[in-house]
Design a protein around this ligand. Structure first.
Ligand code: ADQ
Length: 779
């Protein structure tokens, strides 16, 4: 079944194919800067006129599609700006009409919002930067502030509208802060984000002031799924996230403390059948014949774009001029029809460009034109759909040469209208579409000679070759159309489990309350705790992760209950543990269980290791540390650790991989283990694991309550040995054998705080600890 409008609402124009459903359904909320129409205010009357453009056209197609692709009936509502600033007294009328006729919920923006947000930050900062025109980009604090403000307005409108269980699909560069804003206020909602323009490489993205670029990335990471047109854009995004926010990824999945964000590629398609069928319509054919008649047998080259410097219109004109220059035999026999849709009127760069286009068209026509032949027919306006299709279907060549383009739908629309499969597409390698349409003639749009040559090749290409190339492209475009694009996105998004499905309640119910009740009624309890990443967050270097006073008080409080036995099982060395936890009555297992100490006893060595192994390994680790600024070696009694937390992640990760391989080969015949930890590689004697130490404690006596908390791979060894009924928790989102999850050290402390309160109401500064309940997620 397809998407249907909010149940009970009448259908609007262009939405007639949708079915209204009354059964319970999921709701998809689409959010974009623009609603798919513009409000026209005529005195007291209001009219809605439907918009053209990549996104509006694509989503309208999806919503009108009766094709089924979701497993559940779905309603939708579309949230966005209605295209003009609306007088306050008619806002309510616009709102009801938009909801009733279009299932749309308008976000009203003032003239000032628009100036600094839309004309300013969107079109003079993000657009040029993301399209690799850094010299056009302006970094104006007032623009940024307005961008934040408008994103907040969208967030407020959404928060009034959405309910748990809704799925949000946010679109494009105008709303990059929105996913995070909504997530903060409504954490259980599924959020998807799709960027329609390119995501630039790190060196370009970093040109933005530090605070802005961080907030934009954090904004996007508020989503569960972030989609791009091409694999490259996704890679660039992941690299920026890694370099700016320090979050790595695995196969495009970024593990945050409380959830994961997927980054995926969804090349946007078109409504193939709509364009294909339209080209067959009688009226379209009539219009086409009329136009062909007027051009008296000339070969037609078509150029169609919104007016934008990224579209490379001037370069294209120069390429056409060069072709006429080099190939006099084509003069009088080829006409370039250049259709330019007015866009972003009022922005200086755009006004200047319009003038330059018109001058160049005049110059070329003056230079080559004759009484009977005009080389370039130029139109500066939008065309109705049928006329556009007539143009596509009568053109021998489509010249699509953007300097940078997220996707470019024009290239796809042209191919879709070619019934007899003739026609040649000349396509810029800088358009996302070039990744899907390699059978086109692919050119570099910066080089007028390449454009000229491609044009000549296109005009002279044999018919069979045209058909061969287009058949393959048509096949692909037909299969991966706009509905498939949207379906793939939504199916991926809907497969994300909302937080409330995996987590237990924040109140004292579910596993938390059971844990507390059992804890309360138990006579002998064993609490096994890892340290780094569990009780404290990771710090840049190991000695910086000292236990704060509040943690020490909490541990002391738990340990002072005679029913409790505490075991701190960590990779830290003995000396550090003695210094940091002196006086707290708890047992310690250092270096992953190589040393063990009862709280009132002495350290006992658990393993015998040949003395000289470190001398062999140390120089290798040192050499690798010298190669990576920020990396260093930590020497412990039973292990060596190569740390790279402070290194540039882009440099650190590949070298860490290389070092692991090196060590694995080196230690293959020795009794040593190589372990990848959190931004660290540890080498230690095989067989030393936390599991061994924990097992000793479990065997010591009959505990009737056991809790084990850890955050990394080495803690899996302790989860493996605790009884099945024990409360085992893994911090973070990695696969685990623990029974429950916690999101961060903050939540671990909240959990321990709950136990301490149950045990002993005397934690003096535990305000935060007592107030907030940890969010336990069952695995
Ligand atoms: P746009 O920059 O708007 O979209 P594009 O993908 O080419 O660019 O879409 C333009 C749309 O406008 C096409 O559907 C086309 O039919 C229509 N159009 C163009 N000229 C027209 C004319 N003269 N009259 C009427 N209609 C006309 C942004 C990104 C793109 C990305 C899309 C979709 O910049 O890179 O492909 O979103 O994600």
């Amino acid at each position: 079944m397809g998407l249907s409008p909010v149940a009970g609402k009448p259908l609007g124009k262009g939405y007639s194919a949708m079915v209204v459903r009354s059964v319970p359904s999921q709701r998809i909320v689409i959010v974009s800067n623009r609603l798919p129409f513009t409000v026209v205010q005529d005195g007291e009357g209001i009219e809605f006129s439907e918009s053209v453009g990549g996104l509006a056209t694509g989503l309208r197609t999806l919503l009108t599609s009766a094709q089924g692709f979701l497993s559940q009936p779905s309603e939708y509502v579309w949230v966005g700006w209605p295209g003009s600033s609306i007088r306050e007294e008619i806002c309510d009328r616009v709102k009801s009409k938009a909801l009733a006729e279009y299932n749309c919920c308008p976000v009203f923006l003032s003239e000032q919002d628009l100036e600094h947000f839309y004309q300013g930050f969107c079109n003079e900062t993000i657009w040029p930067l993301f399209h690799y025109f850094p010299t056009y980009a302006r970094y104006d604090e007032a623009y940024w502030e307005q961008y934040r403000k408008v994103n907040e307005s969208f967030s407020q409108t959404l928060l009034e509208l959405v309910r748990d269980g809704d799925t949000l699909w946010i679109h494009d560069y105008h709303l990059m802060l929105l996913p995070h804003l909504v997530r903060q206020a409504s954490p259980k909602i599924r959020i998807g984000f799709f960027l329609h323009i390119p995501f630039p490489q790190f060196e370009i993205f970093r040109l933005m002031p530090g605070k802005w670029r961080r907030e934009i990335l954090e904004g996007l990471l508020g989503a569960d799924l972030v989609g791009f047109h091409t694999h490259d854009y996704g890679e660039y995004f992941l690299r920026c996230v890694q370099r700016i926010l320090g979050h790595g990824h695995q196969m495009g999945q970024i593990a945050l403390s409380d959830r994961a964000v997927k980054v995926r590629t969804f090349p946007m398609g078109i409504d193939f059948e709509k364009f294909h069928d339209a080209a067959k319509q009688i009226e379209v054919q009539k219009e086409r014949e009329e136009l062909e008649g007027r051009l008296s047998g000339s070969k037609i080259v078509l150029s169609v774009d919104r007016q934008d410097y990224s579209k490379g219109i001037l370069h294209r004109l120069q390429g056409f001029e060069a072709m006429l220059e080099r190939n006099p035999e084509w003069r009088g026999k080829v006409t370039l029809i250049m259709l330019v849709v007015p866009s972003r009127i009022g922005i200086a760069d755009y006004e200047g460009m319009k003038k330059r286009i018109e001058e160049l068209v005049g110059k070329i026509n003056g230079r080559f034109g004759t009484i009977s032949w005009v080389p370039i027919i130029y139109q500066y306006r939008s065309l109705p759909f049928q006329s556009l299709v007539a143009m596509y279907s009568m053109s021998h060549v489509a010249l699509v040469t953007p300097l940078r383009d997220g996707m470019n739908l024009v290239a796809k629309e042209y191919i879709a209208t070619r019934h007899d499969k003739t026609g040649v597409l000349v396509l810029s390698e800088m358009a996302g579409a070039s990744k899907e349409l390699p059978e086109a003639i692919i050119i570099n749009p910066n080089n007028r000679e390449e454009i000229a040559e491609a044009l000549k090749t296109a005009l002279e290409m044999p018919c069979e070759e045209q058909i061969q190339r287009n058949a393959v492209m048509q096949d692909r475009l037909r299969r991966y159309d706009v509905t498939r694009w949207a379906r793939d996105f939504l199916v991926q998004l809907l497969s994300v489990r909302p937080i409330d499905e995996v987590s237990q309640t924040k109140s004292l119910t579910g596993p938390l309350s059971r844990a507390l009740t059992e804890y309360h009624h138990s006579a002998r309890r064993l609490l096994i705790l890892d340290y780094d990443g569990t009780l404290v967050p990771f710090a840049l270097s190991p000695e910086l992760a000292k236990p704060p006073a509040r943690l020490l008080r909490l541990l002391r409080s738990l340990a002072s209950d005679p029913r409790n036995e505490l075991l701190l099982a960590t990779g830290r060395d003995r000396g550090t543990l003695d210094r940091w936890f002196k006086g707290i009555p708890m047992a310690l297992a250092a270096e992953h269980g190589a040393w063990i100490k009862e709280w009132d006893g002495d350290w006992k060595r658990q393993h015998v290791v040949p003395p000289d192994w470190k001398q062999e390994i140390l120089p290798i680790l040192q050499t690798y540390a010298d190669r990576v600024p920020g990396a260093f070696v930590e020497e412990k009694e039973f292990s060596l650790v190569w740390h790279y937390r402070m290194a540039d992640p882009e440099q650190g990760r590949p070298v860490a991989r290389e070092l692991t391989d090196h060590l694995l080969v080196f230690t293959a015949s020795i009794d040593l283990q190589v372990l990848r930890g959190n931004k660290a590689i540890e080498i230690r004697k095989a067989g030393i694991t936390k599991g061994g130490a924990v097992q000793q404690w479990i065997d010591k006596e009959n505990f009737d309550f056991i809790l084990a908390v850890g955050d990394d791979a080495t803690d899996e060894d302790m989860f493996a040995v605790v009884p099945h009924w024990a409360y085992s928790f893994r911090v973070g989102t990695h696969p685990t054998r623990a029974r429950f999850r916690l999101s961060s050290p903050v939540e671990v402390l909240q959990l321990l705080g709950e136990l301490a309160v149950t045990a002993d109401d005397c934690i003096d500064d535990g305000e935060e600890t007592k107030a907030a309940k940890p969010d336990i997620q069952r695995i």
